[in-house]
Design a protein around this ligand. Structure first.
Ligand code: NAD
Length: 427
């Protein structure tokens, strides 16, 4: 199956993610009473780089792939953000994702600005050696703006620790010595951090657990549906199951599976590794990705693409809690519909911040050449994520903010605005 550029469940033209990011920013900036100049500055990406990556294919042809690296804001530290390989990658999407990274790093209080990268490619159609050549060429092309003190990439959709290893090796070859701090999400053997692979999913769990405490709900027995069964979704499903929740549905790009009695995510993972998809898992019935989103569950975890919950399906969503493991899965139009219907949304810039938080820990360990055990990583993650949750709900309560996304943006924007004011505008 090909990865398509129109993955919206309704089949309608997807909402531009950058428009979404700006609408979310404006809602928070209005409540903060932010001045016109700062608004302009904080919405504008600091740098946008477009590159062409020629690659010799295995059959001798030359293909040219377009890639992007966008640094949105650098006021609080070096830029940080993942690299996505997908045919629907656009400059606007990468800019939106870089913008969300700025707010995400500020929400959890780690000293980074936001960045994101992407290559327009269906990587599932490439051989391993083509993927390696593309990755190495892309690394060299964006090498003019990345660096361990400047901008540190990481994995995102359809990129993984092996791709990070090739990026680290390529950058190091050009320097003449090993530079592990150039990327995070690397294999542990070459300077990766224990706990990084599970970190985004662990952060989702911490956030949902805090939300259960805040809302007076019980995680044990909670029914859960997870869209996307990749790095984030599959590990989140396993962690929900291990915490006593009942995972009733999971999906990937090929389709979804459902069982009212619960599916065992660990067994689904084993099936997926063998069959290449969750589809066909014995003991569960096939449903569509659109059906999965509309299941009557306690908690829905979108862990795939943007724009999955929008004005065309928001009124049919029956979950009571939505934990946004993906970036930008809910449009501002859907946000409003869901809020009016009393559905509580845990926003992406908090919920999936566990990944970048442990990426920060990985970078700190690389820079110090001193590595921590997994308990230390996990307990520090727990502390930062719980604190961020409490900071956001405190702001919701004191300033009477109606939803957690706007409150999280307000917290982040205030922190970045403060850093900008302290540093001043050069010259
Ligand atoms: P991944 O490539 O490991 O997995 C993506 C999964 O989504 C796969 O199972 C794929 O089959 C599925 N998928 C793709 N298109 C789909 C569709 N149209 N419908 C249903 N499923 C579909 O990616 P990942 O790293 O798990 O990232 C998933 C989301 O989480 C993305 O939005 C990403 O930006 C976000 N995120 C990832 C990290 C991280 O550390 N990897 C951190 C923060 C946020």
């Amino acid at each position: 199956m090909e990865l398509t550029t129109t993955d919206r469940p309704s089949g309608k033209q997807a909402k531009n993610p950058l428009v979404m990011a700006h609408e979310q920013f404006d809602a928070a900036a209005d409540l903060l009473g932010l001045g016109e100049g700062l608004r302009k500055l904080l919405k504008s990406p600091a740098r946008q780089l477009i590159v062409s990556c020629p690659v010799k294919m295995d059959d001798g042809r030359i293909e040219v792939y377009t890639g992007y690296r966008v640094q949105h804001n650098l006021a609080r530290g070096p830029a940080k953000g993942g690299i996505r390989y997908h045919p629907s990658v656009t400059l606007d999407e990468v800019t939106a994702l870089a913008t969300w990274m700025t707010w995400k790093c500020a929400v959890v209080g780690i000293p980074y600005g936001g960045a994101k990268g992407g290559v327009v490619v269906d990587s599932t159609k490439l051989s391993l050696s083509e993927l390696e050549r593309l990755t190495r060429r892309f690394t060299v092309e964006i090498g003019i703006i990345i660096g361990p003190e400047k901008d540190i990439p990481a994995p995102d959709m359809y990129t993984n620790p092996q791709i990070m290893a090739w990026m680290m090796d390529t950058y190091s070859m050009h320097k003449g010595y090993s530079v592990p701090g150039i990327v995070t999400g690397k294999p542990v053997e070459i300077g990766g951090s224990l706990g990084r692979r599970e970190a985004t999913a662990r952060g989702v769990m911490i956030t949902v657990r805090e939300a259960c405490r805040y809302l007076g709900r019980d995680l044990t027995g909670m029914t859960v549906a997870v869209q996307g069964f990749g790095n984030v979704g599959s590990i989140a499903a396993e962690m929900f199951h291990d915490a006593g929740a009942k995972v009733v549905a999971v999906s990937d790009v090929f389709g979804a599976i459902y069982s009212a009695g619960g599916i065992g995510p660990h067994a689904v993972k084993r099936h997926e590794l063998e069959a290449g998809s969750v589809v066909g898992f014995p003991g569960a019935e096939p449903i569509s990705n659109a059906d999965l989103l509309e299941l009557d569950v306690d908690c829905l975890v979108p862990a795939a693409l943007e724009d999955q919950i929008n004005e065309s399906n928001a009124h049919r969503i029956r979950a009571k809690l939505i934990a946004e493991a993906a970036n930008g899965p809910t449009t501002p139009e859907a946000d409003k519909i869901l809020r009016d219907r009393g559905i509580f949304i845990l926003p992406d810039i908090l919920t999936n911040a566990g990944g970048v938080t442990v990426s920060y820990f990985e970078w700190v360990q690389d820079m110090a050449t001193f590595f921590w055990d997994e308990d230390e990583v996990n307990s520090k993650l727990e502390r930062l994520m719980s604190r961020a949750f409490k900071d956001i709900v405190a702001l919701m309560d004191t300033r009477k903010v109606p939803d957690m996304r706007t409150a999280a943006h307000m917290l982040a924007i205030e922190r970045v605005a403060k850093a900008t004011e302290l540093r001043g505008i050069y010259p």
